[in-house]
Design a protein around this ligand. Structure first.
Ligand SMILES: NC(=O)c1ccc[n+]([C@@H]2O[C@H](COP(=O)([O-])OP(=O)(O)OC[C@H]3O[C@@H](n4cnc5c(N)ncnc54)[C@H](OP(=O)(O)O)[C@@H]3O)[C@@H](O)[C@H]2O)c1
Length: 436
């Protein structure tokens, strides 16, 4: 049988990792794929990288579109990231009769509808195992292993950088700023870490999992997305005292026939498997209506984990598995299968932290606002403040932590608007949902 001819676009962290596997494991890949896998063409922007021995024997150019249109290529690996020109390269590859493998969740989240439709028209496959949770084979699980189930809930830690930062803050008492700097030093966080710490990356991945699991396309602008960038050491300590860890949890679940979705720092009971995930790892819990709950965990990013997933997709294309599965994935619905539950109607418990003036009636004022909005308190922590000079105009403030019983997001928002008008409550006011 002919070899499978690969065109590689992007020779950065993941591209180099893929090149290494193709060169170093060629015998193993030939055996698993039933034919040899040859890197025949590569687009490399940085001229210094063009001499890499990993690219020896292939045609090297600087424009990804050349690879996408190369008649000698069977499969294009899009590994440059970003939206453009990645989108044009994928479209060109499909139009020129090539399958595509991509690790680009941002691209699929933003342009998935257009790209999947183009693949269907062309009768070609887009394989994207590496786009969510790196080395954790969750796309295969959703598309194949759990195909007999309707997924009813996804709960996951999908951003390794945020989880590493939270672990540093919790285990080593680091401030948020110091933890981010440490993540940057060891290469977990980029120079601009916004996509990770603001929750966007995790929300995009949740969007992709939701498309596969629920046949419903939901972009991050449509559901609650909150990052870890406003968290303080104090919140991790109070959560700890109350028996919880704080994790950036991505959730999509069916509630009364509608889809509840959010990606937020969340209090998770310490005995919950989500709480035990440390460092840059990812974990995903899937609940199927037949199988029940099942867990998947591992390295969510990094050269080896991501390249391993990309090459697995290439092998699936070589043996024809990916082409069989792709047309049956839940990517094609004319209408979304499930409506999104409005954020105001989501029911959860909340952890609230206020800085309040240390004077009489403050507690009464605060609980009055919460009570009038139908929010009842499960527990309260108020620590003593140091003695202050009574004549000082700036009265002392004390932290007040409240755990609520179950209430709606809408009720909390109404109460929060009233609380902001109370002079005894100083910003920032912290509100984190509690899992379960
Ligand atoms: N790194 C991870 O752990 C990881 C995990 C999961 C998914 N991913 C995804 O994998 C993809 C690649 O990520 P990465 O970490 O490998 O990124 P990266 O290290 O920044 O590599 C991207 C490479 O693409 C090249 N490039 C950019 N635009 C190009 C163009 N127009 N034509 C040709 N080459 C171009 C860059 O060239 P220069 O070097 O010349 O700038 C760079 O070498 C992204 O979609 C990312 O989200 C990455």
């Amino acid at each position: 049988m002919d070899s499978l001819r690969i065109g590689l676009v992007g020779f950065g962290t993941v591209g180099v990792g893929v090149g290494e596997i193709l060169v170093q494991q060629s015998q193993r890949l030939t055996q698993r794929a039933g034919r040899s896998i040859q890197l025949v063409s590569a687009a490399v922007r940085n001229p210094a990288k063009r001499q890499s021995p990993l690219l020896k024997g292939g045609h090297v150019c600087s424009d990804g579109l050349d690879v996408a249109q190369d008649p000698g290529v069977d499969v294009v690996l899009e590994l440059i990231g970003g939206l453009e020109p990645a989108r044009q390269i994928v479209l060109a590859a499909l139009e020129h009769g090539k399958h595509v493998v991509t690790a680009n969740k941002a691209l699929l989240c933003e342009h998935g509808e257009e790209l999947f439709a183009a693949a269907r028209r062309a009768g070609k496959t887009i394989a994207f195992e590496a786009a969510v949770a790196g080395g954790v084979p969750i796309i295969h699980v959703l598309g194949q292993s759990m195909a007999a189930n309707q997924i009813v809930e996804i709960q996951a830690i999908l951003n390794g950088t945020s989880n590493y930062i939270l672990t540093e803050m919790f285990r080593h008492g680091a401030s948020y700023g110091d933890a981010v700097r440490r993540a940057q030093e060891i290469g977990y966080a980029e120079a601009d870490p916004s996509m990770d710490v603001k929750g966007t990356d995790a929300a995009q991945k949740l969007g992709l999992l939701t498309l596969l699991a629920f046949g419903t396309r939901v972009t991050p602008d449509k559901f609650l997305v909150q990052g870890i960038d406003t968290l303080e050491q104090a919140d991790l300590r109070y959560a700890d005292m109350l028996g919880y860890a704080v994790k950036l949890v991505a959730t999509a679940k069916l509630v009364g026939g509608r889809l509840e979705m959010h990606t937020q720092p969340t209090l998770v009971r310490k005995d919950d498997p989500l709480a035990k995930v440390e460092g840059a790892n990812n974990v995903i819990s899937l609940t199927g209506d037949i199988l029940g709950e099942t867990w998947f965990s591992g390295m969510g990013a990094g050269r080896e984990a991501t390249a391993s997933a990309v090459v697995a997709d290439v092998i699936d294309l070589a043996v024809g598995r990916a082409q069989l599965t792709f047309p049956h994935l839940d990517l094609w619905g004319e209408r979304p299968k499930f409506d999104l539950q409005p954020a105001e109607e989501i029911v959860r418990r909340y952890y609230l932290r206020f800085n309040v003036e240390d004077k009489p009636h403050v507690m009464a004022d605060l609980t009055d606002v919460l009570g009038r909005n139908g929010i009842s308190l499960a527990s309260v922590i108020q620590q003593e403040s140091p003695e202050v000079d009574e004549s000082s105009s700036q009265g002392a403030t004390v932290p007040l932590v409240i755990m609520t019983h179950r209430t709606t997001e809408g009720q909390y928002r109404k109460a929060a608007a009233e609380l902001d008008r109370l002079t005894c409550v100083r910003l920032p006011r912290v509100c984190l949902p509690v899992a379960g």
